[in-house]
Design a protein around this ligand. Structure first.
Ligand code: PAF
Length: 284
């Protein structure tokens, strides 16, 4: 695996891959890689002979009181995961390579509306930071295809909208969430959970499964199942931010004809913020 740390050496390597006519698949990450990331890299391999991954903990997507400083940075562990996933090149830039004029002076990318909804309502500026860094990474890596996890469903949709709006020639693919055997979605932030919290954490997914079944099998209304889910999460010891049923295509509130739905939730367990979602289809 080639590791590059500067934009100049990245561009050099990308040009070489391109000269040989090779397609590039790209997996952007913030490191602390787990089986969910490895799955993204395996999917990348199915779409291109060259797989490029990046590891960059992007300060622009963290709020002032969020976990930028404590976000797990595990370079030796990550290297093993990247090698096992067969990644061809790792881009591991310093902040000065990504934001050479400083992160506050940086030109940014905004996706209005959706960026302020759901997670965006509780994390102001988060999706602006995500869209800005992903756009810059796309311009540097120049991939043909980029792979994102659907655990971050809203992020996946925002990246797709941004890519279309800016006319970037990158195909955006989403990969299903990888879960622990008890249902907990894999996430780097799961490391923050105490052992008691870890035992409770799968209830977030269980709540979404119950919500889906109440809609699909018991025909219950969206407002009722969302309210029930909030109460049940609170009773289990979570501090829920939202539970919301949306349509898959644009994350707007469903209208009666919508069939392809996704229920999304964010909730705190102690000091850890967990998110999850479940896609489902309504039978007509
Ligand atoms: O999902 C992530 O790990 C990050 O938000 C991403 C896409 C790498 C941008 O920093």
């Amino acid at each position: 695996m080639i590791t590059v740390e500067t934009v100049a050496s990245l561009r050099d390597q990308v040009a070489r891959f391109r000269q040989n006519g090779k397609r590039i698949a790209f997996v952007p990450t913030m490191g602390n890689l787990h089986a969910g990331h490895v799955r993204l890299m395996q999917e990348a391999r199915r779409h291109a002979p060259v797989v490029v991954a990046s590891i960059y903990v992007n300060p622009l997507q963290f709020g002032e009181n969020e976990d930028f400083n404590s976000y797990p940075r595990t370079p030796s562990h990550d290297k093993v995961a990247l090698l096992s996933a067969g990644v061809d090149m790792l881009f591991k830039p310093a902040e000065s390579e990504i934001y050479p004029r400083g992160k506050t002076a940086q030109t940014f990318v905004e996706t209005p509306g959706l960026s302020e909804d759901l997670c965006g309502a509780f994390r102001p500026g988060h999706f602006r930071g995500v869209a800005t860094v992903v756009n810059r990474l796309f311009n540097l890596v120049m991939p043909d295809v980029a792979i994102f996890g659907k655990k971050d469903y809203q992020q996946w949709l925002i990246v797709r909208l941004m890519t279309a709006d800016l006319g970037l020639p990158v195909e955006i693919l989403g990969v299903d969430t990888v879960r622990e055997p008890d249902g907990l979605a894999l996430s780097s932030r799961n490391h923050y959970l105490s052992s008691d919290e870890r035992n409770l954490a799968p209830r977030l997914y269980e709540t979404l499964v119950t919500l889906r079944d109440r809609i699909c099998e018991k025909n219950m209304g969206f407002d009722t199942v969302e309210e029930n889910a909030i109460v049940e999460l609170e009773e289990s010891g979570f501090r829920p931010e939202y539970v919301s049923v949306r349509r898959q295509s644009d994350l707007q509130k469903p209208i009666p004809d919508d069939r392809q739905l996704v229920a999304l939730a964010a909730a705190w367990l102690g000091k850890t913020r967990l998110i999850d979602n479940i896609e489902f289809e309504l039978k007509s």
